[in-house]
Write a protein that binds this ligand. Structure first.
Ligand code: NAD
Length: 402
């Protein structure tokens, strides 16, 4: 990793600023690595962002890569990419590719991202950044070097781009709930609740890194940082409910060890002094995309749950006590950028639209119109929290995360 960084440093130093000027042209060449769940989501976003956000640079879908040749060829055709490859380095060598989406398993992110930045490509990488804090740190250093040449990074924290969340941030800034005094967050899914579900790369530290912390809790932390501020320390506990799972292709009943945590919870303290609680489970039967936050203020409260992603609940301690209660705010065109997708309030945007908003934000950052969040530097702060939770659980003590 150090060698990669040294190479990145020398190559970036020798590159001219002309590269950034080129990115401000009308179109930008897109490369995509990985075509699974998130790969398809990125491909859809790149393919439709210009139609929804007319002011962004036009993406040209240049090259798609997957480890499997047939999959790569079929996906390139289905999503409209000009070329395909099974070797991700081909994207780095392709001068038509300016920006690369990385949607491969977590363990592959650091090398791919650092080398892509080294090759002068903008990088939109799925979360988490890697498997370890060292990975996040190396990626951040590479991104900081690249940023000096106008090369941008972004992490796939889609939930912060929800018009409801953007509105919640505005309500907080405008003082709708007064001074923020407490944060509570919970992120639960049941995709690994069945103990007989086969073992996957996600269960192995070498390939998946953290468990529910890297998969789910990082999203919760992204919302906490976006809405309340950076988390400064954590006191945590973690557990694994299903310590073994059947190997996927075994006919003889072989099992694989689950090396990372199914559940995690932590008491947190923000840099601002605000206290809070976070918890996460990937084995919570019945929960499909529960990403629930409560932001308590001294004059009210905001509640959001991703399972009802088009609404916010707002309580304001004003007026006659006998008529006070939670207001349910359904998002509509007045909650930017909902109106880019639908002119009618309450008709709802979905998960894939969040990725399109994310793509638009990244294109605006690349063309120098507006800063994006979270880039690798912001993402490193999120990684410090999730790894801090894991470390705190091991040590049984508070861990500084800021
Ligand atoms: P997946 O298993 O569905 O897809 C991974 C893809 O990477 C597959 O197409 C696979 O063939 C490809 N791949 C693996 N090794 C490769 C290589 N060397 N070269 C080229 N392609 C290779 O996984 P997924 O669920 O899409 O997760 C991918 C990433 O997205 C993970 O980091 C995950 O944490 C993240 N993710 C983010 C969200 C979100 O809401 N932002 C949701 C799910 C997953």
């Amino acid at each position: 990793m150090t060698k990669l960084l040294e190479q990145a440093h020398s190559r970036l130093e020798s590159m001219s600023l002309a590269l950034f000027k080129e990115q401000t042209m009308d179109s930008i060449g897109v490369g995509l690595i990985g075509t699974g769940y998130m790969g398809k989501c990125h491909a859809t976003a790149w393919g439709s962002v210009k139609a929804r956000f007319s002011s962004v640079i036009t993406p040209r879908l240049e090259m798609l890569c997957d480890a499997d040749d047939t999959v790569a060829r079929n996906c390139a055709q289905a999503f409209g990419f000009t070329n395909h490859s099974t070797n991700w380095c081909d994207l780095l060598d392709n001068p038509a590719v300016d920006v690369i989406s990385i949607t491969t398993p977590n363990g592959l992110h650091p090398e791919m991202a650092i080398e892509a930045l080294q090759a002068g490509k903008h990088v939109w990488c799925e979360k988490p950044m890697g498997l370890t804090l060292d990975h996040a740190s190396s990626m951040t250093t590479a991104a900081q070097l690249a940023a000096t040449k106008g090369i941008q990074t972004q992490l796939g924290y889609n939930y912060v781009h929800n018009p409801a969340i953007i509105h919640a941030q505005k309500l907080i800034k405008d003082g709708a709930i007064g001074r923020v005094i407490h944060f509570r967050g919970q992120v639960d899914e049941d995709y690994m609740a069945d103990p007989l579900l086969p073992w996957t790369w996600r269960c192995k530290i070498e390939d998946g890194g953290l468990g529910t912390l890297g998969d789910l809790a990082c999203h919760l932390v992204s919302l906490a940082h976006y809405l309340v501020g950076d988390i400064a320390k954590v006191l945590a506990d973690i557990d694994t409910a299903h310590k073994e799972r059947p190997l996927p292709d075994s006919t003889t009943g072989e099992i694989g060890a689950v090396e990372n945590e199914d559940m995690a919870q932590a008491v947190i303290r923000f840099k601002s002094g605000i206290s809070g609680l976070i918890s996460s489970s990937r084995v919570a039967w019945g929960r499909k995309s529960m990403l629930r936050i409560e932001i308590h203020g001294d004059k009210g409260m905001i509640v959001f749950d991703q399972e009802r992603m088009n609404e916010l609940e707002l309580f304001q301690a004003t007026g006659d006590r006998s008529t006070r209660g939670f207001t349910r705010i359904l998002t509509g065109p007045e909650h930017l950028p909902y109106g880019e997708f639908c002119p009618a309030a309450g008709h709802q945007v979905g998960f894939n639209e969040l990725k399109i908003i994310e793509a638009a934000q990244f294109l605006d950052a690349i063309s120098g119109k507006k800063a994006n969040w979270p880039n690798f530097e912001d993402g490193q702060k999120i990684e410090r929290v999730i790894h801090g939770v894991s470390e705190s659980a091991k040590r049984g003590s508070w861990i500084e995360t800021n």
